[in-house]
Design a protein around this ligand. Structure first.
Ligand SMILES: Cc1cc2nc3c(=O)[nH]c(=O)nc-3n(C[C@H](O)[C@H](O)[C@H](O)COP(=O)(O)OP(=O)(O)OC[C@H]3O[C@@H](n4cnc5c(N)ncnc54)[C@H](O)[C@@H]3O)c2cc1C
Length: 395
């Protein structure tokens, strides 16, 4: 069904914004589309920025959007600043009336206190600038042993930089997968020649280095802050759109104001599967959520309730995470850290709810289906890396 609308405005020219437009056209929407993007560039992919762009294998991660064929009025280098009553988007340069509005403004890195130069790794420009600084012997300190910190450390160490990764938590990846699982990745740093300093919070970044909480100083030529991101929704304050962990959308990605939708890193949505409001910073969510937003914008009634998927390449390994372990009550190991690959499986009430695999892509593929089925699993079979994950399901 295509409702009677003529003007769609999409804010944010990242993957989620572009995919929304592609989906609208694929579903036969014939009207105007305006895309407002704060960056000067057309949409590009971010996952390679901390991987193949950083190692120098890739300079351009463009998503090759054909705005001519898609009949899109693309306004690059223009930032949205708010909403006008009555249905118009306000930007630095003007106003754009809309029948439907899609919010796809992504997320922005959190920074630390202090007057010293902090670099972040979010945009292609950030990545190209940082790459230009990497050289043998450069004292690089990465604040944050999360996904991006680990990937950046991998690339920088391979290029000969003297890398220290610092985190306030007791293990790497603590916020993402918990300390028990994160601890299994700690040894990878030393093996790659990277110093890992855990349990140390940064008090401030100063010229020449970092002041650590409780005293202590870490000298650095370059500091990269990789302590997480926040949804880029500050510009919506006072707009009447409800914000809760990002733009608060419902199970169909509708924001609280009729005619407004939210997708990608900036959107939190109500998940029936997990019984809570969730927001993900996953490429796969930015890829697929727009299918549902576009369908509903055109009058449909679809639900977005994925088994979320994320990957990371670090220290020569492929990590893949599927599901959500927020309500898990049991952690099962599959394989030993000394093995080539291993996996961590989270269960809740006897069913698998999340899975992290290290160099075990087949486990991941099967695990995704097992999680989606919500079937009970046999722990002894799941623990045995010789038994396919799908055969751990109790039938
Ligand atoms: C270095 C890096 C590595 C990553 N690696 C992985 C990975 O390995 N696996 C994985 O699953 N995910 C990864 N991700 C996450 C993934 O890239 C994001 O989930 C995805 O890019 C989200 O897409 P998005 O379109 O929602 O947001 P974004 O890509 O952030 O796009 C939003 C766009 O909106 C613009 N914008 C913001 N505010 C405004 C405004 N007020 N007006 C106009 N425009 C605005 C921004 O400038 C940006 O261009 C990585 C991210 C980064 C940064």
């Amino acid at each position: 069904m295509i409702v009677d609308i003529e003007r769609v405005v999409v804010v944010g020219a990242g993957l989620a914004g572009l995919r929304t437009i592609e989906e609208l056209r694929a579903r036969g929407y014939p009207g105007e589309i305006t895309l407002i993007g704060a960056e000067e560039r057309p949409p590009y992919d971010r996952p390679p920025l901390s991987k193949r762009v950083m190692t120098g294998e890739l300079d351009d991660t463009s998503l090759r959007a054909d705005f001519g064929a898609l009949k899109v009025d693309f306004r690059a280098g223009e930032r949205a600043t708010g909403l006008e009553p009555g249905g118009a988007l306000r930007t630095e340069r003007g106003e754009y009336p809309f029948d439907r509005l899609v919010l796809a403004t992504g997320a922005a890195p959190v920074t630390l206190p202090g007057t010293g130069r902090q670099r972040v790794l979010r945009s292609l420009d950030d990545a190209l600038e940082l790459r230009g600084l990497l050289r043998p012997g450069l004292k690089l300190v990465v604040a944050g042993a999360g996904w991006i910190g680990a990937e950046l450390a991998t690339a920088a160490a391979a290029l000969g930089a003297a890398v220290t990764v610092l985190d306030a938590a007791a293990t790497p990846l603590a916020a993402a997968v918990g300390t028990e699982v994160g601890a299994r990745t700690a040894g990878w740093y030393a093996a790659a020649g990277v110093d890992l300093l855990l349990g140390h919070a940064v008090e401030s970044v100063q010229p020449g280095g970092l002041a650590l909480a409780g005293g202590g100083w870490l000298a650095a030529d370059v500091v990269v802050t990789a302590v997480g991101v926040r949804p880029a929704v500050g510009w919506l304050a006072g707009s009447g759109i409800r914000l809760e962990a990002g733009v608060a959308a419902d199970e169909g990605l509708r924001a609280s104001v009729p005619g407004v939708y939210a997708v990608g890193d900036c959107a939190s949505f109500v998940s029936g599967r997990y019984g809570r409001r969730l927001r993900f910073e996953h490429w796969d969510v930015a890829l697929h959520a727009p299918e549902v937003a576009a369908a509903n914008l055109l009058g449909g009634s679809e639900t977005y309730d994925p088994v979320p998927y994320f990957w990371s390449q670090q220290f020569g390994r492929m990590l893949q995470y599927v599901g959500y372990h927020g309500a898990a009550d049991q952690l099962i190991w599959r394989g030993d850290p000394a093995d080539e690959g291993w996996a961590a499986c989270w269960l809740a009430a006897g069913a698998m709810v999340a899975l992290l695999t290290v160099d075990r892509p087949r486990d991941l593929l099967q695990g995704r289906r097992v999680i989606a089925s919500a079937s009970p699993v046999d722990v002894a079979r799941l623990t045995d890396p010789g038994v396919p994950v799908k055969d751990a399901v109790v039938s």
